[in-house]
Design a protein. Structure first.
Length: 276
């Protein structure tokens, strides 16, 4: 089953949070949404969850009982233990008795939280709380799993654990849509969507996005046009939208763009088009 938003538009007063956005999330795959602050990532996810109404377009999502959602907040109750948090949410979806006990044990093991089962959520590290929120979202084996920046602010090991959990959910057949600020995570997804100020800049697999990227990115110590340049490490990169990759600007060193370069370059190009 494929879930989607099509031609979605969302306005908050004079602000257009989503502008004619279409995204599909097939079962058995992970779709990653990337973009800066205010790009529309959370609004897109909340539209699929049903927390935001569209001003235009359509949403195709499963009923609430077949949907799992990890919001940008922790997604757990601080005054409950890890086990109580899992039991409370699983009980809402009808799990009880031996079935609940078995599922709780499985989830605790998969998230490496077994030893923390009796601890209050308030006593967990940030990474552990995000993993708890994740297993609470998948406890009832949802058809569509929505993850709003699940790994933001957590330690590197927990980031790896969270990505593994998302991949396992997709391998079990769930459609997984996650927003992330980490571009290395987005590169692993089957499909990525780049948003900027409510519009889709580009989408496709990582290989497709790289192959379709037009123009040249160069490395320089002194950019020719500061408005088209950004810092990467100790050097600066500069985007030339109309340049031929086989013939970069004189005196410049062309670089093979990664996803970070592509996202920044396309964002700059869109803002230049808006100014024009």
């Amino acid at each position: 089953m494929t879930y989607s938003v099509r031609s979605a538009t969302v306005r908050f007063g004079a602000t257009v949070a989503l502008d004619d956005v279409t995204v599909e999330v097939p079962g058995g795959s992970v779709v990653a949404v990337v973009g800066g602050d205010g790009a529309g990532k959370s609004t897109l996810l909340r539209a699929l969850v049903g927390e935001v109404s569209l001003d235009g377009g359509t949403v195709e999502a499963p009923p609430k009982q077949r949907l799992g959602y990890l919001p940008a907040s922790s997604g757990s109750w601080a005054a409950l233990t890890v086990a109580q948090n899992i039991d409370f949410v699983a009980g809402i979806y009808g799990l009880a008795g031996d079935e609940l006990a078995a599922r709780r044990a499985e989830l605790l093991d998969r998230a490496a939280l077994t030893s923390a089962a009796a601890r209050l959520a308030a006593q967990l590290s940030g990474g552990m709380r995000r993993k708890l929120g994740f297993v609470m979202a998948i406890g009832h084996r949802p058809d569509l799993l929505i993850l709003d920046e699940p790994s933001t602010g957590v330690d590197p090991v927990s980031r790896i654990d969270l990505w593994r959990l998302a991949s396992e959910a997709a391998a079990s057949g769930a459609a997984v849509l996650m927003s992330t600020t980490y571009l290395d995570e987005a590169e692993r997804a089957a499909h990525l969507v780049v948003l900027d100020r409510g519009r889709v800049l580009v989408q496709g697999s990582y290989d497709q996005v790289r192959a379709d990227f037009a123009g040249v990115i160069t490395r320089t110590d002194q950019p020719v046009r500061a408005e088209w340049a950004w810092r990467r490490g100790r050097a600066r990169h500069e985007y030339w939208p109309d340049a031929d990759p086989s013939n970069p600007p004189a005196g410049a060193t062309a670089v093979a763009p990664d996803l970070e370069d592509i996202v920044i370059a396309l964002s700059l190009a869109r803002r230049d088009a808006v100014r024009s």
